[in-house]
Design a protein around this ligand. Structure first.
Ligand code: TNX
Length: 602
């Protein structure tokens, strides 16, 4: 087993680095040709999936182990969370020393009568009950507020915006105020991070549930903050996707982009073209059984995301990356012949015939069904790496497809390869290049496009952390935590002003990622870095501070059974021995809206 996936434990804590690691050789990233298909040829590391899964399982098991040593030693107090120890960094933090609040067994969560606010209160109670073992009933906000409680209140405010919140901690209680439920939800995530790491335990633990006193005023820098999961190269079932949504919500990310189709698999049921999933969904990279989401599966994902203020962005990749569709409907292939399934990792070889009218019936049917199932405003049409389609045919295809999307009432999103074609109202380009300039994309922005930034050499979470990372690619360079963190979406691309930047997204391609534990290993600890770039004001940007704040999340991931890479750049605290498990049952729920969120099962 390598250092990269050593199971977590006190004896596996790396030395704290005394200096920042050497910057990567910039030529690694700058010199790559992002259109070269060769970069996808990489070996698949099946054994690593098992190792990583074991690491995650062991991390969860550790919680149940009898406590020894420091946790029982009053001379070794737990590391205290400070008010500013939040990821992503809040806009304003004003600590008040001596105003700490301690959550106790008789606490109540009070909420304004609004139904969506009540839902957030129920979610907060569900987050806090397992580890505390407290009943935390949710009630209407009676005034005056009794001491000792958590209050969530919707209140008009000029400056918090649709996602901002204000959180006040005094020795008498905690109050979160926002103009909309999304703000209350983000405030609840902050509250969660201000409690000791053991709050992530799935079983009751003995702990002093203290929050540091003071006020936080917070709102996002960019409206679009996302991650992408490629469910086409390897299929991930609904429970895995729900778990990823939980990870996003924790770091105030509000978009989940699902890459639903590619050469290796078609993963979403389309009633009017049933063989897309029956035939096109039946395998994956490496030849495994693949899989797909039924319409109900997809509705469940979308609903679970919406409850967490996350918008699903479905992607149907066109006109290239379509081998799986062609295996099912050979009539769409340029030669009219269905190809065999593709279980390798090549790209750029497949396309639907842009000169065939039947192709546009297919596109309209598929996009129409997906749009009807999707409450969010976006429809992603891919557009990348259609190497075999001539530029004029490509432009005609994308322009017509953009019109089809507009006809569904959605706003079109595409990889930045669609930049040269005619503008469509509101369209969004997703930048995945590795250079800081691209005149064609800058020109599209001049013509009205907005950008989501996913620079391959900073935000691609399928890149390896270091040369010995057991899974992942390196065609866009190695991406350690510092490289994921140290760039500015507002100034990243020459000729693109900050106000044309809708936000950021961290894509996870899964050619080499085969399990939930491997997904988490690639997400953590880099996903929080991208989340901070999307949420936090630039003035808070500071690698040393980020590194220290992030370090405190290691014990949280351990407590939650989440796999992560123990990046040597981060000064992870020595893991406290597991807190004493209090073998008491979590109290019965007091009402249906207070029921814990359905935890995605393994
Ligand atoms: C490029 S980024 C791709 C994907 C691969 C990825 C691997 C983009 C739009 N296309 O097809 O999975 O590289 O890193």
């Amino acid at each position: 087993m390598t250092a990269a996936n050593t199971p977590l434990g006190a004896d596996a804590v790396p030395a704290v680095p005394t200096a920042a690691p050497e910057p990567l050789d910039p030529s690694r990233a700058a010199g790559v040709d992002e259109r070269a298909p060769a970069h996808h040829d990489l070996p698949i590391h099946e054994p690593t999936a098992a190792e990583l899964a074991q690491a995650a399982a062991r991390a969860a098991d550790d919680l149940l182990a009898p406590a020894t040593g420091a946790a029982d030693d009053p001379a070794a107090p737990p590391a205290r969370v400070r008010l500013g120890d939040v990821v992503p960094a809040p806009e304003r933090v004003a600590p008040v020393p001596g105003a700490d609040f301690v959550l106790t067994a008789d606490a109540v969560i009070r909420v304004s009568p609004d139904e969506a606010a009540r839902a957030v209160a129920g979610q907060l109670a569900a987050l806090l009950r397992p580890a505390t073992g407290y009943p935390l009933p949710v009630t209407h906000g009676a005034r005056p507020e009794p001491a000792g409680d958590i209050t969530l209140a919707l209140a008009a405010s000029d400056d918090l915006g649709p996602e901002g919140y204000r959180l006040d901690v005094t020795s008498d209680g905690v109050r979160i105020e926002a103009t909309a439920p999304a703000g209350l939800f983000h405030g609840a995530q902050t509250l969660r991070q201000l409690l000791p790491a053991a709050i992530e335990s799935p079983v009751p633990v003995a702990e002093r549930w203290a929050l540091p006193g003071g006020s936080i005023t917070d709102r996002p820098r960019f409206p679009y903050r996302g991650a992408m999961l490629d469910v086409a190269r390897h299929f991930f079932g609904v429970p895995d996707v729900l778990r990823v949504i939980d990870h996003l919500a924790r770091y105030k990310l509000n978009h989940l982009h699902l890459h639903l189709t590619d050469d290796q698999g078609w993963r979403i049921a389309v009633d009017s073209w049933p063989r897309l999933t029956e035939v096109g969904g039946a395998s994956e990279v490496g030849g495994g059984p693949g899989g797909h989401y039924s319409r109900d599966d997809y509705r469940r994902i979308v609903a679970y995301a919406a409850e967490r203020h996350v918008t699903v962005v479905p992607e149907i990749d066109l006109p290239g990356h379509t081998n799986a569709a062609l295996t099912a409907y050979g009539e769409l292939a340029p030669d009219g012949v269905a190809p065999p399934p593709h279980t390798g990792t090549d790209v750029g070889f497949s396309y639907v015939d842009p000169t065939n009218e039947r192709t546009y019936e297919f596109v309209a049917d598929v996009l129409g069904e997906i749009a009807a199932l999707t409450p969010g405003p976006w429809l992603h049409i891919g557009g990348d790496e259609a190497f075999k389609v001539r530029p004029d045919a490509y432009a005609a295809f994308v322009e017509r497809t953009q019109r089809i999307v507009a006809g569904t009432g959605k706003t079109v999103v595409g990889w930045h390869q669609i930049a040269p074609v005619a503008h469509a109202e509101g369209r969004v380009l997703q930048w995945w290049g590795t250079k800081g300039e691209d005149p064609v994309t800058a020109d599209a922005v001049q013509r009205g496009a907005r950008l989501v930034l996913s620079p391959g050499n900073h935000a691609y979470l399928d890149m390896k952390y270091a040369p010995d990372t057991p899974i992942g690619h390196d065609w866009a360079g190695l991406i350690d935590v510092r490289r994921a963190y140290d760039w500015d979406p507002g100034t990243h691309l020459a000729g693109v002003p900050a106000d044309a930047v809708l936000g950021v997204e961290a894509p996870l391609w899964t050619e080499s990622v085969t399990s939930r534990a491997e997904v988490e290993f690639m997400l953590f600890p880099r996903l929080p870095a991208i989340a901070e770039l999307g949420w936090s004001p630039r003035a808070t940007h500071d690698w040393a501070g980020f590194r220290d704040r992030l370090a405190g999340h290691g014990p949280r991931w351990t407590a939650a059974g989440t796999a992560f890479h123990r990046s040597p750049e981060i000064p992870w605290p020595a893991e406290r021995p597991a807190p004493t498990a209090r073998h008491t049952a979590v109290p019965a729920q007091t009402g249906p809206e207070e029921a814990p969120a359905p935890a995605p099962s393994a």
